[in-house]
Design a protein around this ligand. Structure first.
Ligand code: SAM
Length: 190
């Protein structure tokens, strides 16, 4: 487990075509340890509303922001200010990168991490500006799978009780059905 602050940047979102996959990407980001989600490409207030609702119900709400210039964000993050006034680390997920199980152990953990996930066409500048180009296998597949495997390898097991403690609903692992605690019900008088 690590307490590195993690943000995910999704490049090239297309409102008409990508809401489902980008929503899944953000849900994976939230579930596996990221706190911030930057969206480049089309703005999508509906998708942000869906994601906010998940955060309200289950906790660990993502801080979400649309960015007009993803390159400006990557450059600022890596060269100047990762949100705390100092440069941070950026890892671009790409099938052309280095093998994730080899490269993750070499990445700094004492600075905020921006994980950059591509869309249809990723500009060469992204490869150049991110300190790490990371492959989850060197074959094309899915951004959602790539992010999930990366975050799992990065963070391992999440402290669920701590991370999702502000949610209204808590899912209790069960072998034979859905067990959900509604904290609003628990706070009601008898
Ligand atoms: N055709 C696009 C391009 O020119 O790069 C890639 C499309 S792919 C469906 C979308 C994103 O999924 C990629 O930009 C990358 O972030 C991620 N992805 C897909 N396969 C990957 C892999 N093997 N390793 C790491 N990331 C991968």
């Amino acid at each position: 487990m690590t307490d590195t602050r993690i943000a995910v940047l999704r490049l090239g979102h297309r409102k008409g075509r990508d809401p489902r996959i980008t929503t899944h990407l953000a849900l994976v980001a939230r579930a596996f340890g990221a706190d911030e989600f930057y969206l480049a490409g089309d703005e999508d207030a509906e998708m942000f509303a869906t994601l906010s609702a998940v955060g309200e119900r289950f906790g660990a709400a993502l801080k979400m922001q649309h960015v007009k210039s993803p390159m400006a964000l990557i450059k600022r993050w890596t060269r100047r200010d990762a949100g705390d006034g100092e440069p941070g680390t950026a890892a671009h997920l790409t099938m052309y990168g280095e093998r994730f199980r080899a490269v993750i152990p070499t990445m700094p953990r004492n600075r905020p991490l921006l994980v950059v996930v591509g869309g249809t066409k990723v500009p060469a500048e992204v490869f150049e500006c991110c300190q790490f180009n990371v492959a989850i296998g060197n074959q094309p597949h899915s951004e959602v799978a790539a992010l999930a495997l990366f975050l799992d390898e990065w963070g391992g097991d999440i402290d669920v009780a701590e991370r999702f403690k502000d949610g209204r609903l808590e899912i209790v692992p069960s072998k034979d059905g859905k067990v959900v605690i509604d904290r609003d019900d628990e706070n009601q008088g008898c």
